[in-house]
Design a protein around this ligand. Structure first.
Ligand code: NAD
Ligand code: DAU
Length: 360
């Protein structure tokens, strides 16, 4: 039986992943280490908080003593089950916020990852580590580390050319993972996925932001001309891919996880408007698209070649974009209380800086 130290499990993908693993792998244990930043929300895991295989620890991945105690089994949360797998979701994840202030991105995404890697190295590879259980460090990364591509798709061997402070911090973490594998032999796997969407996504990201603005009768702010292309991946498909990587991925390897649903942003927003206009609960709405100032350094297109994970692990995305968006819209309609609670004054200040004060 595996014991997972999942970091950032109170965020969007992490909470979906925890729920998915508890359902798919009964008997596994999960310790969720999360700092609960603006993006972390224990409400995302309310339905599993009493699950016998799950426990939560509030803390920072940059806290060396805490991370060491959790991985070594000296912490009360891990004293009976020491984690043999780390899945690092914890990050500052929003590109627009990294443009306003890169500092927390460097701290959490770079330094925090190094703290986790170092604890794993010390405890898993250090002298006296007798534990025979196989170990794995899974770094959850992103297609943004490759930069933008006009035509064709990135493979795992494409050079890293990140353009935003967020992407640069994730690329730095990927390189640390590579270095810890090459230098020390730490069993590390890196996953690089495309844009996730689905339930529990913080409404600063494109899809939930557009749905929420439409519901509130606000304009739908599309950057530039809406021509930029993203490859959309339903979050549960990503969770399934990460589980496959844990079980069958080869240490030292990188796996691209692409949704196979490339669309221009304007197409996605128009599709959302169509879904809302056709839905019995929202057909009275008249969503208005507004073209607004572009994101500085806006990557034009992301595109992943996912042949490797398909060939080696048999993973393919299962959710077509239209079906995934319908499910997502339904979830936001049913969870307006959740949305209201996460739309704090902090969010409104952030929103004003990006959408009303021109990124200042
Ligand atoms: P999110 O912003 O929804 O959640 C991040 C979580 O990390 C939050 O719960 C937050 O409280 C926690 N956290 C932040 N700093 C922390 C720290 N110092 N210590 C402990 N916890 C901390 O992010 P997400 O969209 O769920 O993304 C999860 C991971 O997946 C990130 O590493 C991100 O780079 C990567 N990723 C995201 C996408 C996407 O489309 N959302 C795509 C590819 C990769
Ligand atoms: O590609 C994977 C990445 O996807 C992850 O690594 C990041 O954590 C995640 O935030 C996401 O980054 P993007 O910048 O691509 O996602 P976002 O939802 O912010 O934007 C998607 C596209 O929509 C992008 O081209 C910018 C555009 N956009 C976004 C917002 C918030 C708009 O046009 N208007 C908006 O208001």
């Amino acid at each position: 039986m595996n014991t997972l130290l999942v970091t950032g499990g109170a965020g969007f993908i992490g909470s979906n992943f925890i729920r998915f693993v508890l359902r798919e792998r009964p008997g596994w244990r999960i310790i969720n280490l999360d700092k609960l930043t603006y993006a972390g929300n224990l409400e995302n895991l309310q339905d599993v908080e009493d699950h016998p295989g799950y426990s939560f620890v509030r803390g920072d991945i940059c806290d060396r003593a805490l991370v060491h105690a959790l991985l070594s089994g000296e912490h009360p949360a891990t004293v009976t089950h020491r984690p043999n797998i780390v899945v690092n979701f914890a990050a500052e994840s929003h590109v627009d916020r990294s443009i306003l202030d890169a500092s927390p991105f460097v701290e959490t995404n770079v330094l925090g990852t190094q703290v986790l890697l170092e604890a794993a190295r010390t405890l898993w590879l250090g002298s006296g580590s007798q534990d025979p259980q196989p170990k794995l460090f899974v770094q959850v990364s992103t297609d943004e580390v490759y930069g933008s591509i006009e035509a064709g798709s990135f493979t795992e061997d494409s050079p890293l050319q990140p353009n935003s402070p967020y992407a640069a911090s994730k690329a730095a973490a990927d390189l640390l993972c590579r270095a810890y594998h090459r230098t020390y032999g730490l069993p590390v796997v890196v996953t690089r996925s495309s844009n996730n969407y689905g339930p529990y996504q913080f409404p600063e990201k494109l899809i939930p932001l557009m749905v929420q603005n439409a519901l509130e009768g606000k304009p739908l702010p599309v950057y530039g001309k809406g021509e930029n292309v993203r490859d959309w991946l339903y979050v549960e498909d990503n969770c399934r891919a990460i589980l496959m990587v844990i079980e069958s991925g080869r240490p030292g390897e990188v796996y691209n996880i692409g949704g196979g649903c490339e669309r221009r942003n304007i197409e996605v927003v128009e599709l959302l408007c169509e879904i809302l206009r056709a839905h019995p609960r929202t057909r009275h709405l008249t969503p208005q698209i507004q073209f607004v100032q572009d994101r500085p350094g806006h990557d034009f297109r992301y595109s992943l070649d996912s042949t490797k994970i398909q060939r080696e692990l048999g993973w393919t995305p299962a959710t077509p974009l239209e079906a995934g968006l319908e499910r997502t819209v339904e979830w936001y309609l049913d969870h307006q209380d959740w949305v209201r609670r996460v739309l704090t004054s902090e969010y409104r200040d952030y929103y004003a800086r990006v959408y009303e004060r021109g990124w200042r």
